[in-house]
Design a protein around this ligand. Structure first.
Ligand code: RUB
Length: 437
């Protein structure tokens, strides 16, 4: 029997090139050190008891190392030797650092706040094929924030109506039209028919506007169907597809990325609230977003700060920084701000989020009193006003579509919305690992 195994290495100087580091928030009836030992064992090589099969070599090479534990803050930081991980295998990574640990009896609450990856691990992934610069190049828009829309109603339109609503949005001024997260291949709007008809409308809109447009059909399904659908989109001349990255799973995302289809990969994050909503339990959006970038998502939903969905300024900014920063050889992922956005919010949103973003308006375009085309024109006018730094109300005086949108939804003015919402318990600087991703 290899005596009692301890994973405690408090204060140890961790070589950040050799470990994947995970920061946990932990609540337990046990002391922080006891629960940290249990976490480290279960997420690396051990179990609930000492083992006759364990030896010093396994322990040294592959044992997790608890290098920080703070009872008051409920924070534990654990370094996992790179040797524990298979290259290019996100399911295995998550089964380690975010797997069984969530089911342990001693846990009252547990939250993965961040995961920090060494360069050697990152190098095993291709990351985004296009990234921010590739998307901008495809659309011929070097600097301006990009505008997108989600066809609404979420589902229910047939393929003809879907395509004609998309056309109205494109000619009104948006660059990107996407399917909603719950539209796939239902009988009322079959995938192939929708793609053919919507891409025909895209070409028409491109001819009329002289601008390049993007249609993002949702291919989320079983992996084999996703591939067939992606190939179909490519064959029809499409340039992008969307996956619901969490319901599809990272293996599904990796499977499609590995095919090198030459399509921009758009990541919707439906279901993320199940992991990210609580301040104390689950997995923060930051490590989920980093994982999506590693897996090759070119454009990812990351929050609006002032829209309808959860996510305050501190959290969304941390995530967007992680998408846009230099990170090994990985291209940068374009953040998408989406959910409850209308033209009256755009100026503030661009001020908060910056230009490297796709801002999606669903209801905020199709709910315009004069219809989709006017909604898209209004959104485009709001972006123009933001770039020219002209107050939206002022600009609306001689831009009637914007004025009509403002009459319906108003202009952002509630500074209290900027107070970080309650799920921003995220740190992105670290004692020993400060400045690392
Ligand atoms: C947007 C919408 C999107 C959400 C998802 O519609 O339903 O699916 O943006 O949220 P609308 P998130 O513009 O009508 O609100 O981007 O935060 O994941």
């Amino acid at each position: 029997m290899y005596g009692k195994q301890s994973y405690l290495h408090l204060g140890e100087n961790i070589d950040v090139d050799k470990y994947i580091i995970t920061e946990f928030y932990v609540e337990s009836d046990k002391s922080i050190l006891e629960v940290a030992e249990a976490l480290a064992a279960e997420s690396s090589i051990g179990t609930w008891t000492d083992l006759s099969t364990m030896d010093a070599d396994i322990m040294t090479r592959l044992g997790a190392r608890i290098f920080y534990a703070n009872e008051e803050e409920h924070i534990v930081k654990i370094a996992y030797p790179l040797g524990l991980f298979e290259a290019e295998n996100i399911p295995q990574l998550l089964s380690d650092v975010a797997g069984n640990v969530f089911g342990m009896n001693e846990i009252i609450n547990l939250r993965v706040r961040d995961i920090i990856f060494p360069k050697a691990y990152l190098r095993t992934f291709d990351g985004p094929a296009f990234g921010i610069s590739g998307i901008r190049k495809l659309l011929g828009i070097p600097e301006r924030p990009l505008l997108g829309t989600i066809i609404k109603p979420k589902v229910g339109l047939d393929a003809d109506r879907h395509a004609s609503v998309a056309f109205d949005a494109w000619v009104g001024g948006v660059q990107v039209v996407k399917d909603d997260e719950n539209l796939s291949n239902q009988s009322f709007n079959p995938f192939e028919e929708r793609v053919v008809k919507t891409l025909a409308m895209l070409r028409k809109a491109e001819d009329i506007t002289g601008e390049k447009k993007m249609y993002v059909p949702n291919i989320s399904a079983q992996a084999s169907d996703m591939l067939k659908r992606a190939e179909f989109v490519k064959a029809q001349g499409g340039i992008a597809v969307m996956m619901d990255i969490l319901t599809v799973g990272f293996a599904g995302v990796q499977y499609i990325r590995d095919q090198n289809t030459g399509l921009v990969l758009h990541g919707h994050r439906a279901m993320h609230g199940a992991f990210t909503h609580s301040t104390k339990h689950g997995i923060a959006m930051l490590p989920i977003a980093k994982t999506a970038r590693i897996c090759g998502i070119d454009q990812l939903h990351t929050g609006t700060i002032i829209g309808k969905m959860h996510g305050g300024e501190e959290e969304v900014s941390a995530i967007n920084n992680a998408m846009r920063c230099e990170w090994g050889n990985l291209k940068k992922t374009m953040p998408i701000a989406s959910g409850g956005v209308h033209p009256g919010l755009l100026q503030k949103m661009i001020e908060l989020i910056g230009n490297d973003v796709i801002i999606n308006l669903g209801g905020g375009i199709h709910g315009h009193p004069d219809g989709t085309k006017s909604g898209a024109i209004a959104a485009s006018q709001a972006v123009d006003a933001s770039i020219a730094k002209i107050d939206l109300n002022e600009y609306a005086k001689d831009h009637k579509e914007l004025q009509r949108a403002i009459d319906k939804w108003g202009v952002y003015k509630d500074e209290s919305l900027l107070v970080p919402k309650n799920n921003s318990l995220i740190t992105y600087t670290y004692g020993l690992t400060e400045g690392l991703m």
